[in-house]
Design a protein around this ligand. Structure first.
Ligand code: DAH
Length: 336
């Protein structure tokens, strides 16, 4: 091979390599670019290296320098491609007009919001908070609350038993008895807490959920106090224009027993309708006696409600399981 041919071929290869890399899109992966470059180099660079030996001895030095320059040129073209790619590529991926990601703002759970609001209202009405254990005895959960020993609520399929006499409380009503044993009347307490039932976990039932119990015991307390206090609570919680109504109901630990309904709008286009909010009644004399009080002297009233249901109607939640999913996208809506 003539030296002039050799130098021309080296030049041509340098040119083709640069043209190839210049033509590549900036989004091309580096290994893809290298692959295309190698395909180009494979035959022609190897051929030029082999051709060195076929040159006349006096031309080899000049050809060797040209060969090394060619390799450097190809490498420089590749480096330039990488530099262009990272500068241009980054520039493309960075969009200065995108709104900044705001910081994650934690929030209280909707059920907690409802409980807090209800507790605030009753605090203004003179109530304090009382708590009791979630692992209860049969006596506090049932017996002392005037459940007969064969009451169906005590069946294995309704209640989660931990041992012979110990169970996960099925309601917050046992806190009534515990409070009356600990504090002498006048007593006005609110007892929020977790309760447990052997229920399926579906759209409307959960095996563990919150309840809110209320209790007022003193001398001379009557059904009028119950109605006035609970109606006042409803006015403050739902708005002064909402009507409430009381109807008869049965619970072993109250006599008479009642339920309170409030007119609420469930946002389903059907307007206001009556929704049961809580069970209530005058504390049964047997409950007062079980707590060691003289039921001739003291009277009282109590109520129990489910803040999850109240949260669901208030916030338009249709599946109770959403309250347990810990899905940040759901919970985020309640940040305030
Ligand atoms: N403990 C009842 C339940 O879990 C709710 C209840 C009803 C509580 C009437 C009360 C009451 O204090 O007076 O279904």
């Amino acid at each position: 091979m003539q030296l002039s041919d050799y130098l021309a071929q080296a030049d041509a290869l340098a040119h083709d390599a640069r043209t190839l890399l210049d033509a590549l899109d900036q989004a091309t992966r580096l290994d893809d670019a290298k692959g295309q470059l190698n395909a180009l180099k494979d035959e022609r660079l190897v051929a030029l290296q082999g051709a060195l030996r076929s040159l006349a001895a006096e031309d080899r030095r000049a050809a060797g320098i040209a060969f090394n320059t060619l390799k450097t040129t190809i490498q420089e073209s590749l480096d330039a491609f990488v530099a262009r790619q990272s500068a241009g590529g980054e520039g493309q991926r960075f969009d200065a007009t995108m709104p900044a990601r705001r910081g994650w703002q934690g929030s209280l759970h909707p059920v907690t919001l409802v409980i807090d609001e209800i507790c605030d209202i009753f605090r203004e009405l003179g109530f304090t908070i009382a708590l009791g254990p979630e692992a209860e005895t049969e006596r506090y959960n049932f017996g002392a609350l005037n459940f007969p020993p064969d009451h169906p609520a005590m069946e294995l399929h309704d209640t989660l038993y931990l041992g012979d006499d110990t169970l996960l409380r099925t309601h917050t009503s046992p806190v009534q008895v515990r409070t009356l044993q600990q504090f002498a009347p006048p007593v006005r307490v609110l007892a929020p807490g977790q309760v447990y039932r052997r229920d399926f976990f579906d759209a409307t039932h959960a095996p563990a959920f919150m309840q809110l119990e209320g209790l007022a015991v003193d001398e001379g307390i009557s059904f009028v106090d119950l109605k006035a206090t609970l109606a006042e609570f409803a006015r403050r919680f739902y708005g002064a224009s909402r009507r409430v109504r009381f109807g008869p109901s049965y619970f072993p630990f109250v006599e008479p027993g009642a339920q309170m309904d409030v007119e609420v709008d469930l946002n389903d286009g059907k307007g206001l309708r009556w929704v049961e909010i809580l069970g209530c009644g005058m504390v049964h004399p047997n409950v007062l006696e079980a707590a060691g009080l003289d039921s001739e002297r003291f009277t009282g009233w109590a109520f129990g409600m489910g803040p999850a249901r109240i949260a669901m109607s208030r916030y338009d939640i249709h599946d109770i399981r959403q309250l347990y999913d810990s899905d940040v996208r759901f919970l985020e809506q309640f940040a305030r």
